[in-house]
Design a protein. Sequence first.
Length: 307
Amino acid sequence: MESIKWEWSIVVFTMIMLVIASCSKDEEFESPIPNDPKEEVILLPVVVHVMHKGERVGEGPNISEERIKRQIEILNEDFRRKEGTRGFNDHPDGGDTKIEFVLAKQDPDGMPINGINRIDTTEVQVPILGYNQNHFAQYAYWDPSEYINIWTTPLPQSTECLVLGISTLPETDLPGIKPSSWPGPNDAEGILINWIHFGASNIDCFAKFGRTLTHEMGHYLGLLHPWGAGDCENNDYCDDTPAVDKPVYGNQSFLGCAGETVMMGNYMNWSHDEVMNIFTKDQIARMHYVLENHEGRKALQSSPALD
């Protein structure tokens, strides 16, 4: 498998993360994003490949079905801005994405499934891949035009609060997603989440309410970090996310470019899970553009896995 371009969400003690997607307002590119997304709700199928090392179901990386279902509920609460949940906001620039995620109802052979594919990695031998490659796609990778592949990775407990998640970006003509960050012809598309940060838990970490998947799904559907390339002239091509020239961490807001208050609660920041609660209208329009124009993302909407 060739090198894979991924968008990392990694936190270390020095709070330095790796970013591969950046964008510039200086690029001569007129955004093709429509003003309003579709009114009907779009359903997208997901399969969760649970990678484990022989643990019983519900122990360690072999996470329980209940935890997986709750994570998908959280994802939908966030994307649908569901009232009465952590995903609700009444911000004038916020909105309901009209996108929902469904655990796949059948596998690639047409057999009924609960959307969970458990794999004991100790029973399968695969090559060790180099850095920045999706090692786990060798164990399981379903057609990305029919499933959003999500892998929960069996990392050691010592990675808690250090390694969160990673996602591929779509190949699109949207500004900011450059060809260098597109998946290659033999690259696997999907999302990896450290099992420790999949779903809600009581771990002693700022990322414990299931927002890692919300953030990475935003990348999968074409969203960038609000700080873009890291200066006030570069952004995420969403006018309703206040410009900021540096990564946004924590839970305390501050003034960004032009004296605007940073939108600390935006899902595409590296904010604490407890304060995340908003996709803006421009971000929503951008995701809908990907769903309407990216061949694979568009095909998901008619996937047999939804039946």
